[in-house]
Design a protein around this ligand. Structure first.
Ligand code: HEM
Length: 230
């Protein structure tokens, strides 16, 4: 069997793939947050950044395809793991251990599903702009005169809706919770978690995820409060 085949079929290979795809997606959401925080700077910054991403052309499509493949593999393996956990015989383990394991995987599966629904909505909202086709027509003149799409205006108008902002805040809250558990198990799967490190890594995961949640939530809250405006 080739290497790719055994990655998908062996238990250790699947754990590695789950951790690797999780790490890639973790990198994406962190980078995306850093990019989005430019909403707190003058509109030129985030609009220039949006234009830069679009100017990557086919490289951007390659990155998108790779990210999509990671999402598909991550979900596929998560479904398999959940089914296997369910099928595992409880009498083979201590009751507490089983309860904790199934609770953690149930929480990961449910928060993961909500995050997936959020991503689909988010793509419809900001990338495809199906609810507001007029957002595709909003343009902005950069200092050098280049006309680019007005991402700043789109984000401000998007988060001016209370239900939309609340949905984003709840979704990033669940995503942060998902990440906190995911980071811990990712280190374990990659063999980077030992007794000396375990407590420190779990603390890092908690601090990171709180910061991730608060910084993400700050964006819709800043728009709703009028701090970030047109
Ligand atoms: C307050 C938080 C967020 C803001 C302000 C935001 C904003 C944006 C914007 C402006 C775009 C680009 C639309 C365009 O012009 O094409 C975008 C795309 C995207 N966002 Fe977010 N986002 C947020 C949170 C998230 C989160 C938490 C995730 C992941 C779970 C996410 C995943 C994506 C993806 C996958 C894309 C498409 C990227 C592409 O294909 O170019 N976003 N977001």
């Amino acid at each position: 069997m080739n290497l790719l085949g055994s990655l998908f079929t062996s238990s250790i290979g699947r754990k590695f793939l789950m951790a690797f795809t999780g790490l890639v997606l973790f990198g994406f959401v962190t980078g995306h947050l850093i990019g989005n925080l430019q909403i707190f700077l003058p509109p030129e910054k985030i609009n220039h950044y949006g234009h830069f991403l679009e100017s990557l052309g086919s490289a951007l499509w390659l990155i998108r395809a790779f990210l999509l493949a990671c999402v598909v593999v991550h979900i596929w393996l998560a479904i398999q793991l959940t089914l296997e956990n369910r099928a595992a015989r409880p009498e083979a383990y201590g009751v507490d251990k089983v309860n904790r394991a199934t609770l953690a995987s149930r929480v990961m599966a449910r928060t993961g599903l909500v995050v997936l629904a959020f991503i689909v909505y988010h793509l419809i909202h900001f990338t495809l702009r199906l609810q507001h086709p007029e957002w595709s027509q909003h343009t902005y003149a950069l200092h050098d005169g280049t006309m680019v799409r007005d991402v700043y205006k789109m984000v401000v108008q998007g988060f001016s809706s209370l239900p939309v902002s609340l949905f984003y805040i709840v979704a990033v809250g669940l995503l942060s919770y998902h990440l906190a558990h995911g980071i811990s198990s990712m280190f374990q799967s990659l063999g980077l978690k030992n007794e000396n490190w375990a407590a420190g890594l779990d603390r890092f995961a908690k601090v990171y995820c709180w910061a991730y949640f608060l910084l993400n939530a700050a964006i819709p809250l800043a728009v709703l409060s009028g701090y970030v405006h047109l």
